[in-house]
Design a protein around this ligand. Structure first.
Ligand code: DUC
Ligand code: ZN
Ligand code: ZN
Length: 468
């Protein structure tokens, strides 16, 4: 049974809106009250458990808007399942994930969603929700979209990439967007011109260009920008909001910025890998570059400044992980001699809060912006606010005690993700998660895991709360 009353004393409470020196009272899994340190109110509080946060930040648990646990791709499955993946998330200060359920072509959305519930049920250490990948837009799946919105699956990912697998053509995309404009769903777009990319892949392989670095060369920034532009125009025609996932190219950011300058409900997310890694990693010698194969691909490092700038100006609103880990041994190796067979995806569910805090340390973003892009906005965007994403009376007590001065070295030796390498091996970062509460239960206690599989609950969502 959980501790019913918990007090967090003496920390600096940071939300997207405020930084306050406040104590926090937690009752029955929720934030009951905040009061300034030393005030009569704060001093009157008693609790079953008191956490001293002197010298620490007290922040909302992270909300990761984009994960792929137990995800089928390229003939294999991502190596973290819902148990190992959500445990690693907790270690990294994330207390809610929104994972992608998949519709298989020829089957319904309901069937896909039921399968993802079965994968997750009873296994999660933290709370979770689902988006739905729609890979077969037809009359039946369009009707099912309405039902899913009503039951709390309020966002739908479509792919302009991966022809023959997850790909939807423009007509199907338009139909899904038209449906979303009526039922309130949010269309999430993987914006890359997959038809053109497939031609470039074929030509590269025919020239004998088989190394991982060619993955980055054929998936051109211009083809991300072109697809982003097309998705925006289709959304305008349909009168639907649009959320572009894993934006990596400066040219794609420019398309989103232009749309937002017109006042359109167009949003964009990026991921830590695009902020910290680059095509230099894809070009690492031997087959090492395979560790960095994901789509959209890593870009030349010049793109990083444009992404950070867009995060500051709110042209990009969210940083999620797109966590989709594949082990180097046996999984990434499927693509030796043919980069197009390397399973696409990077591990990162555990690293997001720390890497973004490093963005604070490096002067790219403010502390409050860190919380906004990692907690509050993803919660609003996906209909989870204010239950998730903030520290306020009535919110779930998903709280992280964060040590802003701790130094750590990211490494496969110390991470908790079920994958045999770290994309950030040897990187020194300042700041570390110390203690994590999920709905008032301590799941990480001064860097020891005290949670359990099954504590995490499925969390239905309302529709997007971020529209203009
Ligand atoms: N991109 C990835 O890198 N992995 C999974 C799916 C995707 O779109
Ligand atoms: Zn994608
Ligand atoms: Zn993804």
């Amino acid at each position: 049974m959980s501790t019913v009353r918990t007090l967090i004393r003496n920390g600096l409470v940071i939300t997207a809106a405020d930084e306050t020196h406040a104590d926090i009272l937690i009752e029955d899994g929720r934030i009951a009250a905040l009061a300034a340190h030393g005030t009569a109110v704060a001093q009157s509080w008693t609790a079953d458990r008191t956490i001293d946060a002197t010298g620490k930040y007290v922040i909302p648990g992270g909300v990761d808007a984009h994960t792929h646990l137990d995800f089928p791709f390229g003939g294999t499955f991502s190596s973290d399942d819902f148990e190992s993946g959500t445990r690693a998330a907790a270690w990294g200060g994330t207390t809610t994930i929104v994972d992608f359920a998949v519709q298989t072509v020829g089957h319904g959305l309901r069937e896909g969603l039921d399968a993802w519930h079965a994968k997750a049920d009873g296994r999660c250490a933290i709370d979770y929700a689902f988006h739905m990948i729609v890979s077969d837009v037809n009359d039946h799946s369009l009707k099912e979209m309405d039902l899913l919105v009503e039951e709390g699956v309020t966002s739908f990912k479509l792919f302009m990439a991966y022809p023959g697998v997850l790909y939807s053509d423009d007509g199907r995309i338009l139909r899904a967007m038209q449906r979303a404009s009526v039922n309130g769903g949010l269309i999430m777009m993987h914006a890359e011109n997959g038809i053109a990319i497939d031609v470039l892949i074929e030509q590269a392989l025919a020239r004998g260009e088989t190394d991982p670095r060619f993955h980055g060369e054929v998936r051109k920034a211009l083809l991300e920008a072109e697809a982003t532009h097309r998705a925006i125009q289709l959304a305008r025609v349909a009168g639907a909001p649009l959320y572009v996932v894993h934006v990596s190219a400066e040219e794609a950011v420019a398309e989103i910025t232009a749309a937002r300058d017109k006042g359109l409900d167009v949003f964009g997310e990026t991921c830590p890998q695009y902020l910290f890694l680059s095509t230099d990693n894809l070009a690492e010698p031997g087959f090492e570059g395979a560790k960095y194969v994901c789509s959209t691909p890593l870009r030349p490092r010049e793109h990083q400044a444009a992404l950070w700038r867009a995060l500051r100006t709110n042209d990009l609103q969210v940083v999620s992980t797109d966590h989709c880990p594949f082990c180097f041994a046996g999984q990434k190796e499927l693509g030796r001699g043919d980069f197009s067979r390397i399973p696409n995806g990077l591990p990162g569910i555990e690293n997001r809060m720390d890497l973004l805090h490093q963005g604070v340390v490096d002067g790219h973003i403010s502390r409050r912006r860190w919380i906004e892009i990692a907690c509050a906005t993803p919660a609003r965007m996906l209909g989870l606010y204010p239950k998730k994403g903030t520290i306020a009376p009535g919110a779930d007590a998903d709280v992280v005690i964060y040590d802003p001065h701790a130094e750590q070295t990211l490494s496969v030796e110390t991470h908790h993700m079920n994958v045999d390498y770290s994309a950030y091996e040897g990187r020194r970062v300042t700041g570390q998660v110390e203690t994590v509460l999920s709905r008032g239960e301590v799941v990480i206690d001064r860097r020891a895991f005290t949670g359990r599989a099954g504590h995490g609950l499925y969390t239905p969502r309302s529709t997007c709360q971020y529209l203009n």
